[in-house]
Ligand binder design. Sequence first.
Ligand SMILES: Cc1cc2nc3c(=O)[nH]c(=O)nc-3n(C[C@H](O)[C@H](O)[C@H](O)COP(=O)(O)OP(=O)(O)OC[C@H]3O[C@@H](n4cnc5c(N)ncnc54)[C@H](O)[C@@H]3O)c2cc1C
Length: 419
Amino acid sequence: MTETPPGTAERVVVVGGGHAGTTLAGLLRQGGYRGELVLLGSETDLPYQRPPLSKKFDGDGPVQWLRPAEFYREQDITVRLGEQVTVVDRAARRVRTASGGTYAYDVLVLATGAVPRGLTLPGADTRGVITLRTLSDARVLRGYLADRGRLVIVGGGYIGLEVAAAARANGVEVTVVEREGRVLARVASTRFSQALTRHHRARGTDIVTGARVVGLTSRHGHVDGVELADHGRLECDAVLVGVGAVPQDGLARAAGLECDEGIVVDGRARTGDPSVLAIGDATRRPVAGVPGSLRLESIPSATEQARQACSVILGTATPAAEVPWFWSDQFGLKLKIAGVVREPGDSGAQVTRGTAVRGDPSSERFALFHHEDRIVTAVESANAPADFAAGRKFIASRRRVDPARLADPGTPLSEAVMN
Ligand SMILES: Cc1cc2nc3c(=O)[nH]c(=O)nc-3n(C[C@H](O)[C@H](O)[C@H](O)COP(=O)(O)OP(=O)(O)OC[C@H]3O[C@@H](n4cnc5c(N)ncnc54)[C@H](O)[C@@H]3O)c2cc1C
């Protein structure tokens, strides 16, 4: 297959009108791309922000458009909503949609995102059992929360905890059920998990860990309980299932592109086909300083990959690699996390791991600096933007630090770097 030389594409087709795809479309026009630009999205709403869906249940609700409708017209971006791409024909360089449309491309960008993992349990498809990914999911959830009933959240990940916080603030009774021994077990350090657990419990959220859901019960076709293996039955009016997301890599897989729980891309969003790029939650990607490849599900990662794809399409310089990071809001806690958290017992090279705790994790302001051989590899922070910013710089610079100074709030962080 002949490659379109960088900077010469005349038809770019983006599949997926989420954060990654929409950001890329804007960047391409901003970077001077004048060719045809088509954004195909299976949702019927204009592209919107997902973070507010789990955080904002008051006021105007969760709708925040990524761009106003006129933006797409002014920028000559053809947006086709409600268009599900069903086939990628790489040999002919065109995609087909469920409605029968075909779109030819010089460069195709797959930005198909992820979908919530469901529960495969008796009663999992009962009314009142919901997941949260789209605006319409959020509208359904909002309806339940308005009734101030009892909500069980299956899964103590970031989305589950954010909804728990918002629901409690709305007077809803909330129980979080987590299979692992602690919340955020996959993504956060034990100390951070413990601190957040304390904050949630202090605000009345019940958190049950080490609990396996074995079934959901219903009354008149609506969920009314969650049965746990060893912890009895929890009565409820709604269940939110927040047990992770599955990358939407089916299109890519069917088109013969390499996938491994996510479309495999390099550090510039390129797949094995020079005419096909992939960005966002659908991908598995390398991360500087971390062995192997990772699936990152965050706005900063989607934005970074959109920049990478833009540079490939326009033939401009590759943007510098970023330290991965994301944020979460729970109650009054603005949480910011950067790097990849590894626990002292995790496998890996022979390194000495430790954590410098700056501030009191039972208060509302603190930062945890995780280090390996005195090099900071991750920072987890609550209401501590300056500590977070310094932590990101430490991670990027890989300079050695003095953990005792990091842990001393009286010592400026700039003095923690060892010469
Ligand atoms: C409730 C919630 C809260 C979040 N909060 C945060 C946060 O606080 N901070 C943070 O950093 N990240 C957060 N995230 C994660 C963040 O929203 C995602 O990382 C980001 O949206 C990924 O963008 P994306 O474009 O890759 O995928 P998506 O936003 O999922 O967009 C993919 C789009 O592609 C469409 N699509 C899929 N297949 C096809 C097809 N075949 N044809 C056409 N269209 C298709 C989908 O319908 C979807 O609209 C949150 C996510 C959720 C769900």
